[in-house]
Unconditional design. Structure first.
Length: 264
């Protein structure tokens, strides 16, 4: 399986929205996808229709070694999509992990545990997508240490460029210290509005510094995308004809084409 961390320490760039919708759209093509909610806010968990009050075992217990991975991974109501849910308990993991040996590898060790489906057959995912918290703390470090690549959603504004620079510096440090094969999967432009001059300027700058890494598909501003999480549904199930749903479906196709090309 390929593990992809979806990360940006700047909040409000559509990170969780993108990881939920990309995971759902890729899963709908027939790929088995595990969505790991590494954000203590648990927005990806509720965005997939999981009631956080009913969660008995979450990512927190798995990371600190109190429960096996199989006790926490949950099948969602959506085709080929599983989730490793999160609750606010995960916020305490930042403190507890500090005292643990090889603390940056806790998530990697957790995801290496075997899983079985309802029939007892091994459950192997094609892709694991990790929704990172909006920070560059120990949780995000765990994601970058175990991931094969990083997908970076950014909004077309000046501060997003500053945040992108900080994140790429962190990726370089993680490569040097913990994960030498970590690569940038792609840069995803979110909340796109082509009518604004700033949007086109920022997009040009990103393409200049990350040639070949910027997805051709851009995610537009769309009210239906904002509405979907309140119903606990990915956009392709909430309103598959919405402009945002079409964009994420196109992103999933581009993502899979890139994967196929890179595997040749």
């Amino acid at each position: 399986m390929k593990i992809i961390a979806v990360a940006n320490q700047k909040g409000g760039v559509g990170k969780t929205t993108s990881v939920v919708n990309l995971a759902s759209c890729v899963a709908e093509t027939g790929k088995k996808v595990l969505l790991v909610d590494l954000d203590p806010q648990g927005n990806a968990t509720s965005g997939c229709g999981i009631n956080k009050k009913q969660i008995r075992t979450s990512l927190y217990q798995v990371m600190i070694g109190d429960a096996p991975l199989s006790a926490a991974v949950t099948k969602t109501a959506y085709k080929n999509l599983w989730i490793l849910p999160s609750t606010m308990d995960l916020a305490g993991a930042e403190v507890e992990l500090v005292e643990m040996e090889k603390r940056e590898q806790c998530l990697k060790n957790a995801l290496s545990q075997p899983l079985s489906d309802a029939t007892g057959k091994p459950l192997v995912f094609d892709y694991v997508l990790i929704d990172c918290p909006p920070s560059l703390g120990l949780l995000t470090l765990n994601a970058l240490t175990c991931a094969n690549s990083v997908l970076i959603p950014i909004q077309c504004e000046f501060y997003a460029l500053e945040g992108l620079s900080q994140l790429t510096n962190t990726i370089r440090q993680v490569r040097r210290l913990y994960n030498p094969t970590l690569d940038i999967e792609g840069i995803l432009i979110t909340m796109y509005d082509g009518r604004l001059n700033l949007t086109t300027q920022v997009l040009a700058e990103v393409k200049k510094y990350f040639a070949g890494k910027v997805y051709k598909t851009v995610i537009p501003r769309n009210v239906r995308i904002s509405e979907a999480p309140s119903h606990g549904e990915p956009i392709n199930y909430y309103d598959r004809h919405a402009k945002g749903a079409v964009a994420y479906a196109d992103l999933a196709k581009e993502f899979l084409r890139n994967e196929k090309r890179n595997s040749l």
